[in-house]
Design a protein around this ligand. Structure first.
Ligand SMILES: Cc1cc2nc3c(=O)[nH]c(=O)nc-3n(C[C@H](O)[C@H](O)[C@H](O)COP(=O)(O)OP(=O)(O)OC[C@H]3O[C@@H](n4cnc5c(N)ncnc54)[C@H](O)[C@@H]3O)c2cc1C
Length: 428
C-alpha cells in the first residue's frame, strides 16, 4: 500500500485528462474572479464563460486538489438531511426551493458531462443507501415516505434484492435512488475546467490568493506573482481554504473521510460485486461507503484521517470490513489509500455568505458536494449575471461562524477511531 500523499489518491492517478494551466504571472482584469478550482468554482467559471462574461479562476494548488478530487464519486440528489428536516430548519418556502433545486443535481451533473463530452466514467444506475440493521431500515422507510411524497424516483429493496445488487448479504435492505449515479470525480472536475477554458475562462493553477480587498468598487486579489481586478468575486474554497485571512473565509467543522482502493480484481470475481455499478453507503453510526471503479478496483471508505495513529486503525478496520462483506476479495492488496476533508456545518446545510457588493462565499455542503457544488456554482454564476436573487438555491447570509469547530473535529476523529478500533468482527 502506498502512503497517504497527494499522489496516492486513486482519482488523481487514474484521471485520463490533464488541464495544464499555468500560474498567474501578470496583473489582469476580469468581470468575475473565482477563487478555488473544485466543482463549485469550475461550474461557476463554466457558466459565466458560456454566457460571455470575462472570468478568471485562481487555484492555489492543482484543479481538484480539494474535496472535489478526493471524494467517493457518488452523484446523489440532495443533502444528507432528509427533505422534511430541511424544510423544518429553513421554513417551508426556502426549504422546498432548496430541496427541489438539489433534487435536480444529478441530472445537471450528467447533462454537463454529456454536453462537454467529459470523460469521467459516469454511471447512471443509481446509488444504494444500505441498512446495516433494523433501525437503519426504519430510517430508510421514513426516507422513502418523504421521497415518495415528493414523487422522487426511489425504491426500497428487501434483503434478498440488496444482496443481489451488492453481492454481500450484510445488509437488511437498501434505498435505491434511480436519479443518482457515480463518476470519477477528479476527471469530472478537470473536464469542467477544460470546458470552461474552451468557453473563454482564464484558469491559473499554483496561484494561491493571499489577499482580497475592495478598491473603488472593484475587487482586487493578490497572488505571489500577479493580481486580478474584477467587478465580482466568488470564493469557492470550502474545506481547503488556505492562506487568505479574510472575514469571508469559510467557517465549518473539518471532518476527515478516508478511502482505500484494492488492485484491479478479476472479472470473474468482481462480477457479482455491485454488478450494475451502483455506488453505495450505509446507515452505520460511523458511515462507510463502497463502490467499484472503472478498472474494477473495490473502493471502501469511512470517517477518519490517515495521518498518524489513525492510519493503522482505519486500514485494519477496512481489511476486516472487506473480509466480512466480500471474503472472495479479502486478500486483495490495497493499492491506494487517501483521505480528504469535509466542510461540515452545525445544521448540515451549506451557506452562501454575501461578504460585499457582488461578492459571495459558498461552502459547507457537509459531505454532499458533487450535485450541490454543481448546482450552487452554476446558480451563483446565473445570479451574478442577472442580479436576480431567485437564481440562488439558498438565501445569502451576511456572515456565518461555526462555534467550537476544533472540539467537534476532535470529537468526530476520536469517535471514528474508537469505533473502528472496537467494532466487532461479525457485527453487522
Ligand atoms: C473524502 C470525501 C468524500 C466525499 N464523498 C462525496 C460523494 O461521494 N458525493 C458527494 O456529493 N460529495 C462528496 N464529498 C463532498 C464533496 O467532495 C465536496 O463537497 C466538494 O468537492 C466541494 O467542492 P468545492 O468546489 O466547493 O471545494 P473543493 O473541491 O474543496 O475546492 C476548493 C479549492 O479551493 C482551493 N483554494 C483554497 N484556498 C485557496 C486560495 N487562497 N487561493 C486559491 N485557491 C484556493 C483549494 O486548493 C481547492 O482546490 C466528499 C468529500 C470528501 C472530502
Amino acid at each position: 500500500m502506498r502512503s497517504d500523499k497527494d499522489s496516492d489518491n486513486l482519482w488523481a492517478n487514474t484521471a485520463r485528462v490533464e488541464c495544464g494551466a499555468s500560474a498567474l504571472r501578470d496583473d489582469i482584469t476580469a468581470d468575475v474572479l473565482v477563487v478555488g478550482g473544485g466543482f463549485t468554482g469550475c461550474c461557476a467559471a463554466l457558466q459565466l464563460a458560456k454566457s460571455g462574461a470575462g472570468v478568471c479562476l485562481l487555484e492555489a494548488r492543482s484543479l481538484g486538489y480539494g474535496g472535489s478530487g478526493r471524494n467517493v464519486g457518488l452523484v446523489n440528489a440532495g443533502l444528507w438531511l432528509e427533505p422534511d428536516r430541511i424544510e423544518r430548519i429553513l421554513g417551508s418556502a426556502a426549504g422546498v426551493r432548496l430541496n427541489e433545486t438539489l433534487a435536480l443535481g444529478p441530472a445537471q451533473v450528467f447533462s454537463l458531462i454529456e454536453e462537454h463530452g467529459i470523460d469521467c466514467d459516469a454511471t447512471r444506475t443509481g446509488t444504494l443507501h444500505c441498512a446495516h440493521s433494523e433501525s437503519g431500515l426504519a430510517d430508510l422507510r421514513e426516507r422513502l415516505r418523504q421521497y415518495r411524497a415528493r414523487d422522487w424516483n426511489v425504491d426500497l429493496l428487501d434483503s434478498n434484492e440488496t444482496a443481489l445488487k451488492t453481492g454481500t448479504s450484510r445488509y437488511c435492505g437498501a434505498l435505491w435512488d434511480h436519479r443518482a449515479g457515480t463518476i470519477q470525480p477528479m476527471a469530472y472536475v478537470r473536464g469542467l475546467a477544460i470546458a470552461a477554458m474552451a468557453s473563454g475562462a482564464r484558469i491559473f493553477e499554483m496561484s494561491p490568493v493571499t489577499e482580497i480587498v475592495c478598491k473603488q468598487g472593484q475587487w482586487v486579489a493578490a497572488t505571489e506573482n500577479g493580481s486580478v481586478r474584477a467587478d465580482a468575486v466568488v470564493l469557492a474554497t470550502n474545506a481547503y481554504h488556505q492562506g487568505l485571512r479574510h472575514d469571508a473565509r469559510p467557517s465549518y467543522t473539518p471532518v476527515n473521510f478516508f478511502q482505500v482502493a484494492t488492485t484491479p480484481i478479476d472479472d470473474e470475481i468482481v462480477g457479482s460485486i455491485l454488478a450494475e455499478r451502483q455506488g453505495a453507503w450505509d446507515t452505520m453510526k460511523v458511515m462507510s461507503s463502497f463502490r467499484v471503479d472503472a478498472e474494477r478496483r473495490f473502493v471502501l471508505g469511512s470517517v477518519g484521517s490517515l495521518d498518524g495513529f489513525g492510519r493503522q486503525v482505519h486500514c485494519a478496520w477496512a481489511r476486516r470490513r472487506l473480509e466480512e462483506m466480500y471474503p472472495a476479495i479479502s486478500d486483495s492488496e490495497f493499492e491506494f489509500a487517501w483521505s480528504g476533508r469535509i466542510a461540515m456545518t452545525s445544521n448540515h446545510l451549506p451557506r452562501i455568505v454575501k461578504f460585499g457588493e457582488r461578492a459571495l462565499a459558498i461552502y459547507g455542503y457537509s459531505g454532499r458536494g458533487i450535485g450541490p457544488g454543481t448546482v450552487f456554482g452554476t446558480s451563483v454564476a446565473n445570479y451574478l449575471l442577472s442580479g436576480n436573487g431567485d437564481d440562488l438555491p439558498l438565501e445569502p447570509v451576511g456572515a456565518h461562524r461555526e462555534l467550537l469547530s476544533k472540539f467537534k473535529q476532535i470529537g468526530y476523529e476520536l469517535g471514528a477511531t474508537g469505533y473502528h478500533l472496537t467494532v466487532s468482527r461479525g457485527a453487522r
